[in-house]
Write a protein that binds this ligand. Structure first.
Ligand code: NAD
Length: 410
């Protein structure tokens, strides 16, 4: 998992290069607000289900705070804090007028019925409605949450505060969602990779071999766009394990298989592999797109990919990062690589506030522009300061958040 110590390790590395004053450093790492609430609900059996919900708001100097809601057993304050601070840096890297937040519920939603999931979500909104809002904190989907859950959040919040579609993003397109939001993170991951490949003079996606860990929203959309561009996705995995076909997987057929069976397992023409094995495959590009903390001191030396693209948040521990840096392995850092999701969330929020809808072409054109401009900025800083892309991305973000903090004053 991506705890706050790991994120602050990367933050401090960049702060040292920038010679940041300790006063600003302390202001930037100290979270704005941490909230822990009881989300007990009556289960279908009539029993009481007790769950804990979290929301961490990290920094609001550049605007309302923004970040996903995760429903997963590992959700806790440390994880939420780490992910909330990543959102502060991510929104600054792509220059959105936001600060960072994150949260969720410690629960395995696979054990809940749809009605239980709805009750849990509405209860959570009842508990945190006074600290979220269109100008305060705007949640979005993350691991195990989706457009339907965002619709329930909008509905419950609107009961208390009046019509408020902009309280949450990643909603269904039929309920004030934005065209292109569902696929935005995966699309942004692939555009980010294209920027890096062009910079390295390493050719196109066509013909390259990919391994993708996680086949949910982000992993499956990234796989679809890679497949469209004639890249070969040779292995994918989910929580149940992975599959491999060295010739390349038929991604549209795999998406249909997963829609039917809920797992990548058993897809015809593939061998089963484990999640650890997938990380060590001899491929051109490795894309972790599931949980944090999967590339560690223990397995970093086994990674044979030529490029790592962090579609997940916090997949690389600081120890693994050192191993990769010593080898000169290019890493596209999470705070840039997966920023396409929050960027189109920003477009959704802006459309909701203006009550004016964009067509998909406008969404994608604007998204592509944000991904290109952010890459150009961090690549320039990486060259000027002779630092890896991650440190460069943190330098850009800390500079923007730091300047806003100083201008506002304490
Ligand atoms: P999701 O719930 O749609 O999919 C998660 C996938 O990971 C599923 O295939 C699941 O089976 C798999 N998985 C879960 N535990 C695993 C394990 N232990 N080993 C291997 N696979 C496992 O979630 P998502 O929205 O696709 O998010 C994936 C990652 O991307 C997360 O780190 C999230 O924070 C990050 N992210 C998501 C968005 C977004 O817009 N959804 C934006 C930016 C970053």
């Amino acid at each position: 998992m991506a705890g706050v110590d790991d994120v602050n390790h990367y933050f401090r590395k960049a702060a040292r290069v920038m010679d940041l004053s300790s006063r600003i450093e302390r202001l930037l790492v100290t979270p704005h607000r941490e909230v822990k609430v009881d989300v007990s609900v009556t289960l279908d059996s009539g029993e009481l289900g007790t769950f804990i919900g979290y929301r961490v708001q990290h920094d609001r100097s550049r605007g309302p705070m923004k970040g996903g809601l995760r429903y997963h057993p590992t959700v806790d304050m440390d994880e939420a804090l780490g992910l909330a601070s990543l959102m502060t840096w991510k929104t600054a890297v792509v220059n959105l007028p936001y600060g960072g937040a994150k949260g969720g519920i410690a629960v395995d939603p696979a054990n809940l019925s749809p009605r239980e999931l709805e009750r849990l979500t509405r209860r959570f909104v009842q508990q945190i409605h006074d600290i979220i809002g269109p100008q305060q904190d705007i949640p979005a989907p993350d691991v195990n949450t989706n457009a339907q859950i965002m619709a329930w959040i909008m509905d419950e919040y609107s009961k208390m505060h009046g019509f408020s579609p902009a309280v949450v993003t990643g909603k269904p397109v039929d309920l004030f969602g934005s065209k292109g939001r569902e696929e935005a993170t995966g699309r942004g991951v692939v555009w980010a990779l294209e920027e890096l490949l062009a910079d390295l003079g390493a050719g196109a996606i066509e013909g390259k071999r990919f391994a993708i860990q996680g086949f949910g929203n982000v992993g499956s959309w990234a796989a679809r766009f890679i497949h469209e561009k004639k890249g070969r996705v040779v292995a994918v995995s989910d929580v149940t394990g992975g599959i491999r076909n060295p010739e390349g997987l038929d991604i549209p057929a795999l998406v249909a298989h997963v829609a039917k069976t809920r797992t990548v397992q058993g897809f015809p023409g593939t061998d089963a592999i484990g999640n650890e094995e997938l990380l060590a495959l001899d491929v051109d590009v490795l894309i972790p797109a599931a949980l944090g903390g999967v590339l560690t001191a223990a397995n970093a030396k086994d990674v044979r990919a030529r490029i790592v693209v962090e579609a997940a948040n916090g997949p690389t521990t600081p120890e693994a990062d050192e191993v990769f840096a010593a080898r000169g392995l290019p890493i596209l850092p999470d705070i840039y690589a997966n920023a396409g999701g929050v960027t189109v969330s920003y477009f959704e929020w802006a459309q909701n506030i203006q009550q004016f809808t964009w067509d998909e072409e406008r969404v994608n054109t604007e998204l592509h522009r944000h991904m290109r401009e952010a890459y150009a900025t961090i690549a320039r800083v990486a060259r000027e300061r002779r630092v890896p892309l991650r440190t460069a991305a943190f330098i850009v973000a800390i500079g923007r958040v730091g300047r806003a903090t100083v201008l506002r004053g304490v």
